[in-house]
Design a protein around this ligand. Structure first.
Ligand code: NAD
Ligand code: SAH
Length: 417
């Protein structure tokens, strides 16, 4: 099968979007691409990727291809594909794409299967569906994979669970856990793009609203910070006492969801957990409450409960579904409970994906260079790569920093004054 996209005629429009992203992604699209073009470290390597098919992913994939790789790309979410970008990528040399916005679950998994059955050497995943399919259904192909990477927190959790059960078949790099990924993409990227998604879908005024953020990890922190910056009164819910304490000391109200449910105007989940907002919470929410998920798949807001409780349901704006309950209250679910930032907006801005995807490109190169030398375990991104990404990003921003003198280096590594 060649590429499957919504409409190849959208390719010119997509190419403009990619150009725009690359303009803001100097680390991936300039520094790393120039070196990859010269050195061809991925020559002939088959890279199977399951990522959100966005203009930023296009920049990554084009850099991998510039390094000599052949790439097959499938969507990591049925609703996040930018169809024009998919069309533009599909016409490029060495790149095939299986992705369109609004695919059903069966189509979604058929595209991941298409990547899997191609017998990729390196796999790049976002959320773990590709890793899971390889291990569950194609153990023999999984055993032939040289190595994999994982883009997001939830996917890393799944990989670590496989490692713990002794079933992981290839070395996997937790790109999510790189400092230059998690602290920037998860926090500032999701912080901005989640608000962006909610605003594009609803056009509500944030100032004065009570915004409830579930989860105070890197993602929740970013969202809470940006919501407060827009003038919202922010409540945080948590299950981890240390993170709850951090939220309190950052100046947020912290309480159980059952209490927050009565007070909130807007609810945003960012936990990676399931059923975080469910029937008992819907039962006490205000008329007009708005629900959005920025965490994981479509399980954080438990939509089956809403479906059961509703006496009527209608689409009131793009990506806004109204559920009318028996007592007349209306609850608004954004983006069908899937990632609001990637469905109702364009995902993270390019500048921050530049760092995440620089880690991906350099980790793929590392796996190829170290083929056969790594155990089937979950690895952190090597420190040199993490620091190199920060260095290149600062360079691109025209910012220089101090360096330690020899005397300072010695002072900082000794116990005698
Ligand atoms: P994290 O593990 O740092 O934070 C999650 C937090 O949620 C933890 O502090 C945990 O204690 C808390 N939590 C778990 N269950 C809870 C519950 N029932 N109620 C309240 N709090 C609960 O993870 P993270 O890096 O912040 O990522 C969170 C999720 O967002 C993951 O699923 C990740 O894959 C996803 N993610 C999405 C985007 C995006 O673009 N939308 C970007 C990055 C990560
Ligand atoms: N695939 C799962 C898991 C969460 S996706 C799901 O769809 O529910 C979260 C990841 O999306 C983040 O780790 C982030 O790096 C990535 N992401 C955010 N904005 C993006 C963009 N503009 N292009 C590509 N990936 C993006």
């Amino acid at each position: 099968m060649a590429s499957r996209v919504r409409d190849p005629a959208l390719a010119d429009r997509g190419a403009l979007q990619i150009e725009w992203a690359e303009m803001h992604m100097p680390v991936v699209a300039k520094f790393i691409r120039e070196r990859f073009t010269r050195e061809k470290p991925l020559q002939g390597v088959r890279i199977g990727a399951v990522l959100h098919v966005t203009k930023e992913t296009a920049a990554l994939v084009r850099t991998l291809a510039a390094g000599g790789a052949e790439v097959r790309l499938a969507a990591s979410n049925p609703l996040s594909t930018q169809d024009d970008v998919a069309a533009a990528l599909a016409r490029e040399e060495g790149i095939e794409v299986c992705a369109w916005r609004g695919m059903n679950e069966e189509e979604y998994f058929s595209c991941i299967r298409w990547v899997t059955e191609w017998r990729p050497n390196i796999v790049i995943d976002d959320g773990g569906d590709l890793h899971a399919m390889l291990h569950r259904e194609y153990p023999e192909i999984a055993a032939s994979v040289w190595g994999g990477t994982e883009e997001t927190t939830t996917g890393v959790i799944r990989l670590r669970a496989m490692e713990k059960d002794g079933v992981l078949k290839y070395p996997a790099i937790a790109v999510n856990d790189a400092r230059t990924k998690m602290m920037f993409d998860n926090r500032y990227g999701t912080g901005q793009s989640t608000i962006d998604g909610i605003l594009r879908a609803t056009n509500i005024l944030f100032a004065g609203k009570v915004v409830v953020v579930a989860g105070y990890g890197w993602v929740g922190r970013g969202i809470a910070l940006r919501a407060r910056g827009m003038g919202a009164r922010v409540i945080v819910t948590e299950v981890d006492p240390i993170r709850a304490l951090e939220a309190v000391m950052d100046g947020f109200d912290v309480m159980p969801m059952i209490e927050a449910a009565r007070r909130g105007d807007v609810f945003i989940t960012a936990t990676g957990d399931k059923k975080v907002i469910r029937r008992e919470h819907f039962e006490v929410m205000k008329d007009g409450a708005i629900l959005a998920n920025a965490g994981h798949f479509n399980v954080e807001i438990w939509v089956p409960d809403l479906e059961e409780m509703a006496v009527a349901k209608r689409q009131v704006r793009p990506y806004v579904t109204e559920y009318r309950l028996t007592d007349g209250r209306r609850i608004y679910l954004l983006a069908e409970g899937r990632l609001v930032n990637l469905v109702a907006a364009e995902g993270h801005p390019s500048e921050v994906m530049d760092m995440s995807f620089a880690n991906q490109a350099l980790s793929a190169e590392y796996l190829v260079k170290n083929r056969g030398k790594l155990e089937p375990r979950v690895y952190v991104v090597p420190r040199e790569i993490d620091e190199e990404v920060a260095r290149l990003k600062l360079k691109a921003m025209g910012i220089s920093i101090d360096t330690l003198t020899e005397e300072q280096k010695e002072y900082l590594s000794s116990w005698q004054l």
